[in-house]
Design a binder for this molecule. Structure first.
Ligand code: CP3
Length: 367
């Protein structure tokens, strides 16, 4: 990387790879990938959802005058914004700067990302005619993502890059509601009122999400995360009947792609075992369920990611430190643990606190 190097990366600390005879690119043997495969180190690897974004002054400076979607289509900007939190915090992974609606915009869905609101869809998808407009994604539609991933992989060296996509249900919620929603009422009404159209819509969104992840993996991403942020709005029965088969159809075909797959949602305490059955290697957990209890719910061999409440980062440092240590201790119940927040970094977070959290977690391997 061009900028300041982190003084110490956790894979300089004398740990050995399980199979030194297998040559592997350094990022593919990183603590993040190893933890995801169920080979935890002395302390968990750490990154933060929404680490690239509004909590960083250098992000706000770079984004000034450029819309979110224009930034997501500019390989040089994507690369720089993705690298910013890696330089600043010394996290153990980068996450591609993009958005879950980028592949939808790329196939021609009229969506804008409105500051302070989120994705807004000009013509919500509610009928078979609306669905007919939603065409498949081809790699050429997102050539700027492929270009950015390639340049990031070479800049990042041994720091792994996480690619991502929105899961079919969370994408469908934006398309059906026309924007962010508290109760997802129209989405649930469509799901139950016209199951045929619902499954056709989710099938098409699954194809788009899988193709978007494949583009990132083919360009060199070292792991992928499927964000089903709003799945927690559903009962277990509805999740199993209307959502799980489609998330599985994103994740399972990527099993042979050779990179760990992370599956995350918010408020999914009742859905954890089902989400695991969708086929990911790692299940992301929000702050509502402690990681030892989440591991019990997930069953033997599970690898978890999470789950510090992002709001706690606004408290005094002793509170933060205690909470971080608790999350690390609870994560030891799982077969592997990737430290993260229970959801994204809040815009008001002091970035120095994030840097300190990373340093604390890395220091735990010395204790
Ligand atoms: O995690 C990262 O740092 C990588 C970048 C990333 C963004 N969006 C950048 C972004 C990722 C992984 C996402 C995923 C995403 N986008 C999700 C799933 C994750 C989650 O938070 O649950 C969802 C639901 C979206 C939809 C979306 N896009 C929302 C809700 C918003 C926030 C709207 C607002 O302004 O409050 C966006 C816009 C967005 N995506 C921003 C960023 C940095 C803010 C735009 C800005 O900086 O102007």
């Amino acid at each position: 990387m061009q900028a300041r190097r982190c003084d110490r990366t956790p894979w300089d600390d004398g740990r050995t790879m399980s199979n030194p005879l297998t040559p592997a690119p350094a990022a593919a043997a990183s603590p993040l990938v190893r933890a995801a495969r169920g080979h935890p180190g002395a302390s968990p690897p750490v990154w933060f959802m929404r680490q690239a974004g509004r909590s960083l002054p250098e992000y706000r400076a770079l984004r000034a005058g450029t819309s979110m979607l224009d930034a997501c289509r500019d390989p040089a900007l994507i690369t720089e914004i993705t690298l910013q939190p890696v330089r600043r915090h010394c996290v153990d992974a980068a996450i591609l700067f993009s958005d879950i609606v980028v592949p939808l915009v790329a196939v021609g869905v009229p969506i804008d990302i409105v500051p302070g609101v989120g994705p807004v869809v000009a013509h919500p998808v509610r009928t078979a005619d609306d669905l007919a407009q939603l065409r498949p994604l081809t790699p050429a539609d997102v050539s700027y993502v492929r270009e950015a991933v390639r340049s990031l992989v070479s800049e990042l060296g041994r720091v792994p890059l996480i690619g991502f996509a929105g899961a079919p249900f969370t994408l469908a919620s934006y398309l059906v509601e026309g924007g962010p929603s508290r109760d997802h009422a129209r989405t649930k009404a469509l799901m139950h009122g016209d199951p045929g159209l619902w499954h056709a819509l989710l099938g098409r969104l699954a194809d788009i999400a899988r193709e978007f992840l494949r583009v990132q993996i083919d360009a060199g991403a070292n792991a992928v995360q499927l964000f089903d942020s709003w799945a927690g709005a559903l009962s277990l029965a509805d999740y199993d009947a209307f959502v799980l088969p489609h998330s599985r159809s994103v994740l399972e075909p990527l099993a042979d792609a050779g990179v760990p797959r992370i599956h995350f949602g918010v408020g999914t305490g009742e859905l954890l075992a089902s989400m695991r059955s969708a086929g990911a290697d790692v299940v992301g957990v929000d702050w509502r369920v402690p990681l030892d209890e989440a591991s019990r719910r997930l069953g033997p061999g599970a690898v978890v990611q999470g789950n510090l409440d992002p709001a706690l980062l606004l408290a005094d440092w002793p509170v933060v430190e205690r909470a971080v240590r608790r999350v690390v201790a609870e994560g030891r119940a799982a077969s592997g643990h990737i430290f993260n927040l229970g959801h994204g970094v809040l815009p008001d977070t002091d970035p120095d606190v994030l840097t300190r959290v990373v340093a604390l977690i890395h220091s735990l391997s010395d204790e």
